[in-house]
Design a protein around this ligand. Structure first.
Ligand code: ZN
Ligand code: ZN
Length: 276
C-alpha cells in the first residue's frame, strides 16, 4: 500500500509557501486522492499550485467539521475542481460561533451558503455514519466521548433562534486508513479529543495498533493534566509517527516533541511524505 500525505494549508509554512490559520491535507492511498479540509481561504489552492498538486484530479473532499478555518477554501477548490462529492456530517451547516478573549462572540461557521457551493459543483454526502471511501480508507463518522478527560472547548457555540448553546461539535470527524503496519489517522481539529478519535478508529476497524496521527489535536488550551493523560494514552497506542498541526498549539507541541523525539514532527504547509 502506498500512502502519500501532502499538507496544503496550515498555520505555519515551509519556505516559499503561504501560511494561514487552518488546515488542508491531501491524502493519497494507492492513487485515490482525498482532500481533507480546504483551509481558511486561498492558501490551499495557492500552495497546491506551487507543489505541482493538480486539485482538478481529486476524487472527493472530506470536511472534518464546519469551522471556517477548514471550509473557507471550498469556493477556491471548487473553482479548480468543479463537480465533486463532499463527505461530511449534517451539522457542518449549523450556525457556529466562537468566544475569543478580546473580540467577543464571532461567527466561525461555513462562509458560504449550501446553495452557492452546490451551484459551483459541490455534491454533499452528509451523514452521521462512517463512510467507506476505498478498500482501506474511511471516515469515522460521529466520535463518541469515551476517554473521560477530553471535553469539547466551552468557548464554541451554535446559535438557535437568538440563543447560543455550547457546540458539542458532533460534526467533528477524521479520516482513517487501515494498513498492514497499523492505523493512519488524519485529524482536522479533533475537537472531540484525539484519544476519543483514535479509540473510535480502533473500534471501527477492530485494529489496536495506531501507526501515525497527522493533523490538528486541539490541545491548544488543554490543561497540563489533559496533555499528560493524552501522552500516556498515545504511548499505549504504539504510535510511530506524530505529525501535529494547527490547533495543537506551541505548549502541547513542545511537550509532544520532547516525549516522542524522532517520531514527532511539525506538519506545516508544504510538508509532503510517504508512509510507512
Ligand atoms: Zn474547529
Ligand atoms: Zn481548526
Amino acid at each position: 500500500m502506498k500512502i502519500r500525505i501532502t499538507t496544503l494549508s496550515e498555520n505555519t509554512a515551509n519556505y516559499g509557501f503561504l501560511a494561514e490559520w487552518g488546515l488542508s491535507i491531501l491524502v493519497e492511498v494507492d492513487g485515490a486522492r482525498t482532500l481533507v479540509d480546504t483551509g481558511l481561504s486561498f492558501s490551499a489552492v495557492h500552495n497546491a499550485q506551487l507543489m505541482g498538486v493538480d486539485l482538478s484530479t481529486i476524487d472527493q473532499i472530506v470536511l472534518s467539521h464546519g469551522h471556517a478555518d477548514h471550509t473557507g477554501g471550498l469556493r477556491d477548490v471548487l473553482k479548480v475542481k468543479g463537480e465533486v462529492e463532499i463527505i461530511a456530517h449534517p451539522d457542518i451547516f449549523t450556525a457556529k460561533y466562537v468566544q475569543r478573549d478580546q473580540e467577543g462572540v464571532k461567527y466561525c461557521g461555513i462562509s458560504f451558503s449550501r446553495e452557492e457551493l452546490e451551484s459551483r459543483g459541490a455534491r454533499f454526502n452528509l451523514t452521521r455514519e462512517p463512510i467507506r471511501i476505498g478498500e482501506n480508507v474511511m471516515t469515522t463518522g460521529e466520535i463518541p466521548m469515551v476517554s473521560g478527560y477530553e471535553e469539547v472547548e466551552n468557548n464554541l457555540s451554535i446559535k438557535e433562534g437568538n440563543a447560543l448553546h455550547q457546540d458539542q461539535l458532533a460534526d467533528d470527524l477524521a479520516l482513517l486508513i487501515d494498513t498492514d503496519f497499523g492505523l493512519v489517522v488524519i485529524l482536522g481539529c479533533a475537537h472531540r479529543g484525539i484519544v476519543n478519535t483514535l479509540r473510535h478508529a480502533q473500534s471501527l476497524t477492530g485494529k489496536e495498533l495506531v501507526y501515525a496521527v497527522i493533523g490538528g489535536t486541539h490541545l491548544i488550551r488543554g490543561s497540563e493534566e489533559r496533555i499528560d493523560k493524552t501522552i500516556a494514552d498515545l504511548r499505549m497506542l504504539g504510535i510511530k509517527r506524530l505529525g501535529v498541526s494547527h490547533c495543537t498549539g506551541f505548549r502541547a507541541s513542545a511537550r509532544l516533541a520532547q516525549e516522542f523525539k524522532d517520531m514527532f514532527f511539525l506538519n506545516h504547509a508544504g510538508t509532503r511524505f510517504t508512509l510507512p
